[in-house]
Design a protein around this ligand. Structure first.
Ligand code: ADE
Length: 360
């Protein structure tokens, strides 16, 4: 099958890398036609050629969810969201607190706030922008998501380069240089290889290759459809790529979190709308800071029983919280409400869910 490089990328396709990989897109697409994963937000391989059009809402929603979690974890949330809000207009009309509660456990809560903003903007416009540049203007849509949605939903000749694609191409190129430079070279190479007639399937094929064959620890080169182009494999050590600078250790923050029961209800509060876990329900807690546990608030200066600790890793720090059960607080901090512990758990961010589980 002839693979036509994108007109827009012709110039780049002349680069040495793109010429070297000239046969790769056809081999990858051929493999994808036989081995594509069946995923709830996808249409099958070959369906676009038969005129089936993917739903941009489902494509976009999946991409936002998959930025921070695995396919199986995201699939459960995707199912819940699309059942509750089957269209972008339905999501745009949702209550903020319902969306935040449905997002609880997925992390990166600013993304949930942007998700709603984006749904409302698309609904106000009356249609999705179809190009990478147009999609980039939407709230919460960065370069990766714009490329992915443009290619997957609209068949635009765009590339979707995330960490998995970086890994695949770091191996293909045996990328040994400075990782920032190599990432740029990888993005250019992928862009130049996007086939003009099947950009969506090319993006999906790369995702599947990274998830099922060119995996982080043990790439399975024997079944890899593009091994003949792989310099990492030719060297015999594909798994040593990508070569990235060592990660800095995360600082540790400390705090206390309080479990206050009223029969089978537990005290929760809505967190401020901006900042960490912004807009989410949470358990009452001290500030979290480096160097030691901050002072307890006056209302919590009562008999408190420590029932253990929880740890949670955020993007920029690790959090260690002592979990204390307070039997009879002298007064309650403002903004507290009591909710059924069984029901509220699902609406809490993971760190608070862990603390509540210790007490249940
Ligand atoms: N990772 C990022 N986006 C994805 C998608 N649409 N399908 C599967 N894995 C992905």
């Amino acid at each position: 099958m002839a693979i036509v490089p994108c007109m827009a990328n012709r110039e780049k396709a002349d680069s040495a890398e793109a010429l070297r990989f000239a046969g790769l897109p056809a081999a990858l697409l051929d493999w994808y036609a036989r081995h594509a994963r069946t995923l709830p937000w996808r249409i099958g391989p070959g369906e676009r050629a038969r005129g089936v059009v993917p739903d941009p809402y489902r494509v976009w929603l999946a991409e936002i969810m998959l930025q921070q979690t695995t396919v199986p974890h995201a699939a459960a949330y995707f199912d819940k969201f699309t059942r509750t809000w089957p269209s972008v207009e339905a999501l745009a009309g949702a209550e903020d607190s319902d969306v935040m509660a449905a997002w609880a456990g997925l992390g990166y809560y600013a993304r949930a706030r942007n998700l709603l903003k984006c749904a409302r903007e698309v609904t106000a416009r009356g249609e999705w922008p179809r190009t990478e540049a147009g999609l980039r203007e939407l709230p919460g849509v960065g370069p990766y998501t714009a490329g992915a949605v443009a290619a997957l939903a609209f068949g635009e000749p765009a590339a979707a380069v995330d960490g998995n694609v970086d890994r695949v191409f770091a191996r293909l190129l045996a990328a040994k240089g400075d990782w920032k430079d190599e990432k740029r070279r990888i993005a250019e190479t992928v862009r130049a290889l996007v086939p003009a007639d099947r950009p969506g399937e090319f993006a999906e094929a790369l995702m599947d290759l990274g998830a099922t064959v060119c995996t982080p620890k043990r790439p399975n080169c024997l079944i890899c459809p593009v091994h003949e182009w792989c310099m990492g494999r030719a060297e015999g050590v594909p798994e040593q790529y990508p070569i990235k600078p060592a990660k800095k250790a995360k600082p540790v923050r400390f705090g206390e979190v309080y479990i206050i029961w009223r029969e089978d209800e537990v005290a929760v509060e809505r967190r401020p709308s901006s900042g960490l876990l912004g807009g989410m329900l949470g358990l009452p807690t001290t500030d979290w800071r480096e160097g030691g546990v901050p002072d307890r608030a006056d209302w919590a200066m009562v008999d408190a029983t420590s029932i253990g600790g929880v740890k949670h890793v955020f993007t920029h720090f690790e959090l260690r919280l002592d979990v204390l059960v307070i039997e009879s607080p002298s007064e309650l901090p403002t903004g507290i409400e009591f909710q059924s512990a069984g029901d509220v758990a699902a609406a809490l961010p993971t760190v608070f869910r862990k603390a509540l589980k210790l007490a249940s």
